[in-house]
Design a protein around this ligand. Structure first.
Ligand code: SF4
Ligand code: FES
Length: 240
């Protein structure tokens, strides 16, 4: 069979791409869901969560960093890959304190939405129960570091979009953690503002605007009516 220019197959379906796009970008544009967490279309791929791992021509790699090429055969939706993704999610959940029943991001949280989609039913591993102090020093925004998944979206956005460089990751491996670039290490001692884009990029309940929590009734939150997978398909349809 002759190849159609600028297409690859994803789980047997033909996907058209624009040269320069990654496999994940092309799939999402086509309304096809590949699980992902640290990817943000407005930022450089970070490649940290590994949820978007796919098999491309027999080798595994991150769909958010691999460029789409004509004729690639990509597998994403397989029991094996989904099993690995569930394990990855379980590790993320036990590393932090993700007690969704008391978190104001519940229903609007990408980590939770991906876990629902992949039918993660339990944490499997022992909980770490970290005890990182909460930073409520800023008048409009608070940070619960125990929910941070180190996706770096706030770091990149503050540095590259807002031009402020408020956040950074420090430490290595298990000791990696988010820090605030101020002499005291407190957010209240920076020029961070609610109007900064970085105040609104956190995909989980780590960076939160104060005084607006629990405003949306259950049933009307972002992922209540449509799953993350259904939203990707609907967004692509709307964009056609
Ligand atoms: S605070 Fe949020 S946006 Fe920043 S690194 Fe942690 S999870 Fe990502
Ligand atoms: S979305 Fe690709 S590694 Fe996180």
């Amino acid at each position: 069979m002759s190849e159609i220019a600028n297409t690859f197959t994803l789980d047997g379906q033909i996907v058209q791409f624009t040269p320069g796009q990654t496999i994940l970008e092309a799939a999402l544009d086509a309304g096809l869901y590949i699980p992902h967490l640290c990817f943000n279309p407005e930022l450089k791929p970070h490649g940290s969560c590994k949820l978007c791992t796919v098999i491309v021509n027999g080798r595994s790699g991150s769909a958010c960093t691999i460029k789409a090429m004509p004729g690639q055969e990509v597998q994403s939706s397989t029991p094996e890959l989904d099993g690995r993704r569930r394990l990855q999610l379980q590790m993320i959940f036990v590393e932090g304190n993700h007690f969704c029943p008391g978190c104001e991001k519940s229903g609007n949280c990408k980590l939770q939405a991906v876990a629902y989609d992949l039918e993660m039913l339990n944490p499997h591993f022992p909980h770490f129960f970290p005890e990182r102090p909460i930073d409520a020093s800023h008048p409009d925004v608070m940070i619960d570091f125990n929910r941070c998944i180190l996706c770096e979206q706030c770091v990149q956005t503050s540095r590259d979009v807002d031009g402020k460089n408020i956040f950074a990751l420090a430490g290595r491996g298990m000791k990696s953690h988010l820090v605030i670039n101020s002499p005291s290490g407190k957010l209240g001692d920076t020029d961070f503002a609610l109007t900064d884009k970085a105040a609104h990029v956190c995909p989980v309940g780590a960076i939160l605007e104060k005084r607006v929590g629990y405003a949306k009734p259950i049933g009307e939150r972002k992922y209540d009516e449509q799953t993350i997978r259904e939203q990707i398909a609907a967004d692509a349809e709307g964009g056609l």
